[in-house]
Design a protein around this ligand. Structure first.
Ligand SMILES: [Zn+2]
Length: 395
């Protein structure tokens, strides 16, 4: 069979698999087990070995699957990584978001570019990998709930550490038009809950206003935001170049003349370096525990301030000599490096020592939008790229 025919077959198969994947309504937070079973079956039938990790309810699953090397050659294993969840759909789609629809040179559907397109390519290509004389392991990592502050990946990463899989090259196939992304900021989200004591507004000294203490907390956040600006690293590659902080909402109180006993604040920070997040949290916790709480407790000992971590997507740091980037560049012949403003799982892999890169089919412009699509050409580009991965992994 000619190579061209081969590519055409692969391409047709990737469309078929993508159509199947889109039909699984794997919105973040929902049960993704049918999709995981589907992927596991394909890989299993090719002789791959896999293990699963779960959330507390065992409703959401990460799959990690391996096509073993036929002869080890000391080369680092490759991890092809994608998240299986998609963001919810809002009204206004021109077609059923969970029914892949091809119009012209585009395939429409929720998750088509973010990021079931990549997973479809990888699964379509897997039979070739299993038939090749691999001289290194090829891993497949499919996680849950990436879109809600990377809830699934840390559970998998913990297991990888336990199993000693901390060496390798990880390609995170988020939509980048197959360009190399080698860095992004972190994204940490929190909700802080204040509980005081209700009372009549005519006697404020007898109550503890959760709203007023929350306001002081917000003021502290704004003060610390300025400090973050001053901590701007030299030669920062980001825009803006410093760690940002934003208060997204304050909720509390019931009436003009009632002391509010409850209030909560939603806020987030996007650190350019991990140290900024550590600095921010320790300053904030110090202010909470040494200033605000003692004042509240003086009037009402049961007062409380609880900071809930909604998610801490760790940043992905630029590395001067990145094996993962060089590996991708050697295949695509594209030496460009860029940063993005969205978060990915790359920082989590990087943290345990796995060289990582973000590179995948489709454009982030279409992600999370009504009428999300992937250009069919991008699937072909991704399949050609996987051919390159294989060529670099055989003896
Ligand atoms: Zn994504």
């Amino acid at each position: 069979m000619s190579t061209e025919n081969n590519l055409q077959n692969l391409y047709n198969n990737s469309i078929k698999i993508l159509t199947d994947l889109i039909a699984f309504k794997t919105i973040s937070g929902e049960n993704n087990s049918s999709l995981i079973d589907y992927c596991d079956n394909i890989l299993n039938s090719l002789g791959a070995e896999s293990f699963r990790t779960y959330d507390d309810e065992e409703k959401r699953i990460n799959l990690f699957s391996t096509i073993k090397a036929k002869k080890e050659n000391g080369k680092k294993p490759i991890i092809l990584s994608g998240h299986t969840d998609v963001v919810p759909v809002s009204k206004g789609w021109s077609s059923d978001p969970f029914l892949a629809t091809i119009k012209g040179d585009k395939l429409y559907g929720r998750g088509s570019c973010d990021m079931k397109g990549f997973i479809a390519c990888v699964l379509a290509y897997a039979p070739i990998l299993s038939n090749s004389n691999l001289d290194r392991d090829i891993h497949f990592s499919f996680t849950f709930d990436e879109e809600t502050a990377c809830k699934g990946a840390p559970i998998l990463i913990k297991e990888l550490k336990k199993r000693g899989i901390t060496n390798g090259i990880c390609i995170v196939g988020e939509p980048t038009n197959m360009k190399i992304i080698d860095s992004h900021k972190g994204c940490y989200e929190y909700t802080t809950y204040f509980e005081g004591l209700a009372g009549h507004s005519s006697e404020p000294h007898k109550g503890v206003s959760a709203v007023e203490y929350a306001s002081r907390y917000v003021n502290k956040l704004i003060e610390l935001r300025q400090k973050l600006k001053e901590r701007k690293p030299k030669n920062s590659i980001f825009d803006p170049p410093y760690s940002t902080l934003q208060v997204g909402g304050i909720f509390g109180g019931i009436a003009h003349n009632v002391i509010a006993d409850k209030c909560y604040v939603n806020w987030e920070t996007r650190p350019v370096v991990k140290e900024d997040a550590i600095f921010l949290n320790s300053e904030l916790d110090k202010y909470t525990n040494e200033t605000l709480l003692p004042e509240m407790k003086k009037v009402y000992p049961k007062s409380s301030i609880e900071k809930e971590i909604i998610g801490e997507i760790i940043g992905f740091d630029r590395v001067q000599k990145s094996e993962a980037c060089e590996f991708v560049s050697s295949i695509t012949r594209d030496n460009s490096r860029a940063v993005v403003s969205f978060g990915t799982e790359a920082g989590l892999f990087q943290e345990i020592g796995i060289s990582s890169v973000v590179c995948g089919p489709g454009s982030i412009e279409q992600a999370h939008k009504i009428d999300e699509f992937i250009n069919l050409d991008e699937l072909k580009k991704c399949l050609t790229f996987l051919e390159g991965v294989k060529n670099n992994s055989v003896f």
